[in-house]
Design a protein around this ligand. Structure first.
Ligand SMILES: Cc1cc2nc3c(=O)[nH]c(=O)nc-3n(C[C@H](O)[C@H](O)[C@H](O)COP(=O)(O)O)c2cc1C
Length: 215
């Protein structure tokens, strides 16, 4: 692995901000976008269940409709790319079996040897109410969002995490219910407009000794 310095990461994190105004004339090149999709794919999840799908919305008509379901926020239509982070609705035994099969194939381990692991997952997931399951999955989708924004920043790509949206309308517009997914959060990505005033605002963060405590 090629390491990057902590200074590089901190400088990237200071450079990133929730971009309000994107330069709609600039597009993220395909090779960089493919890498960002790989960043999403590599997100870790509890048990490795990957209870999500990342919908990359390219269609301008859909993007315009989504803007109407996002408090009119212009980033949804102006950014080069838009990712809608969605959870697999109501995880079931089939999702657990899919992971067991994938693990067995990837690692060359007979599925029978993974029976104990399978039962632990079933014992954890099955008793949960549907809403609790979806909330649990949503918490994991946010790990993907954080990883995506950080990686993008280190690549010089701007993002804006967006919870200011109506997930029910997102599901309708994108037909996610039919696919078995529920929208959670969105993230436009692209390049900041030269006149986005937010780009130059000082970061508002509490002091280290307030947010990190050594025990
Ligand atoms: C989960 C989440 C949801 C957010 N939703 C929105 C949003 O809908 N629209 C927006 O402009 N900013 C949104 N933000 C951006 C925050 O306001 C911003 O990250 C915060 O004020 C810190 O500023 P910074 O990201 O520029 O450092 C959201 C941030 C997070 C993490």
């Amino acid at each position: 692995m090629n390491t990057v310095t902590g200074d590089t990461i901190i400088s990237g994190l200071n450079w990133r901000y929730a971009t309000k105004k994107f330069d709609s004339t600039r597009t993220i090149p395909d090779d960089l976008w493919s890498q960002l999709e790989e960043v999403l794919r590599l997100t870790p999840s509890s048990f490795g269940l990957q209870p999500w799908k990342f919908f990359v919305v390219k269609n301008p008509e859909l993007r315009a409709k989504l803007q109407g379901a996002s408090w009119g926020q212009a980033q949804v239509v102006e950014a080069s790319h838009l990712v809608v982070f969605a959870v697999k609705h109501n995880l079931s035994a089939a999702d657990i079996d899919k992971l067991v099969t994938s693990t067995s194939n990837t690692r060359g381990v007979p599925a029978e040897k993974l029976e104990g692991y399978r039962n632990i997952m079933l014992g954890f997931v099955n008793p949960m109410e549907v809403e609790k399951k979806d909330n649990w999955s949503a918490r994991q989708v946010y790990i993907a969002l954080g990883q995506f924004m950080t990686a993008a920043a280190l690549m010089g790509i701007d993002t804006c995490p967006m919870e200011g949206l109506d997930p029910v309308k997102y599901n309708e517009i994108l037909g996610l219910n039919e696919l078995g997914y529920h929208a959670v959060v969105a993230c436009p990505a692209g390049y900041r407009s030269a006149d986005d005033r937010n780009a130059n605002l000082a970061k508002v963060r509490y002091p280290l000794n307030e947010v990190v405590q050594h025990l």
